[in-house]
Design a protein around this ligand. Structure first.
Ligand SMILES: Nc1ncnc2c1ncn2[C@@H]1O[C@H](COP(=O)(O)OP(=O)(O)OP(=O)(O)O)[C@@H](O)[C@H]1O
Ligand SMILES: [Mg+2]
Length: 229
């Protein structure tokens, strides 16, 4: 199986070498776990270090805000955008039915290999009909597989809920699932990451700590995290 490097230090070790190429990876976790930072780091590192163009499709924060917070980690997206290595797609709630076509032309335009969709939960705010939303998620994943992209699909978990995703379909269209936790351990909160499933490959079965620091997310693959759920 071909793999691509995630760009997140320590993570590829849990994935036994990297993210399986051409897969849809569901990245899920409660608010503030670092899902947006993960997407930025995945795209920025891919474009900057390995010359793999990327598309950021945001249904949540405006592109300017994402770029501004990325600067805190030393990731200057404007430069890469000028070089045609990164494209931020702005959502348009009134043209949500066109999102598939716009995504396809954006991916083709810069020959994108990496895509981040942040987030499916926010997309649900614009598509009220549940069946319609499911079809849209299916169509999005079908398109991205056909285009040969490796995609991070973000979905938010509501605190206290038992499921892995907001609408209960995301984990079925996804080949693989990564879960981010922010949980209390005695008097403090800790961050932890788990590979829930990885299609076609073995992976770490453990829960590992990760940090968000000056250079973004770093996973500690040799350490184990203990969380109380
Ligand atoms: N420069 C930084 N250094 C360390 N930690 C940071 C820094 N910037 C942000 N963080 C941490 O990252 C968290 C936000 O990360 P991010 O926006 O990626 O979360 P998210 O999972 O996308 O949240 P949401 O579901 O609300 O969109 C903050 O709550 C903060 O704890
Ligand atoms: Mg976010």
């Amino acid at each position: 199986m071909e793999r691509i490097r995630s760009g997140i230090p320590g993570l590829d070790k849990l994935l036994k070498g990297g993210i399986p190429k051409n897969q849809i990876i569901l990245l899920t976790g409660t608010s503030g776990t670092g899902k947006t930072i993960f997407c930025s780091q995945y795209l920025w590192t891919g474009a900057k270090k390995w010359k793999e163009p990327g598309v950021y499709l945001s249904f949540e924060e405006p592109a300017e805000k994402i770029k501004e917070s990325a600067k805190n980690f030393g990731w200057d997206f404007n430069k890469l955008e000028k070089k045609g290595m990164i494209s931020f797609m702005r959502y348009d709630p009134y043209r949500i039915e066109d999102v598939i076509d716009i995504l396809e032309s954006t991916v083709r335009e810069i020959n994108a290999k990496r895509v981040a969709i942040d987030s499916i939960s926010a997309l649900g705010l614009y598509v009220k009909d549940r069946a319609e939303l499911r079809r849209l998620i299916f169509d999005l994943s079908f398109l991205l597989r056909r285009l040969g992209c490796t995609t991070i699909l973000v979905s938010e978990i509501v605190p206290g809920s038992k499921g892995l995703s907001r609408y209960g379909v995301e984990e079925f269209v996804a080949d693989s699932v990564i879960v981010l936790y922010y949980e209390r351990l005695e008097s403090q909160f800790i961050r932890a990451i788990q590979i829930w499933k990885l299609r076609g490959s073995s992976h770490s079965q453990k829960i590992h700590p990760y940090r968000i620091g000056r250079a973004g997310i770093t996973v500690l693959p040799e350490e184990e995290a203990f969380i109380q759920k």
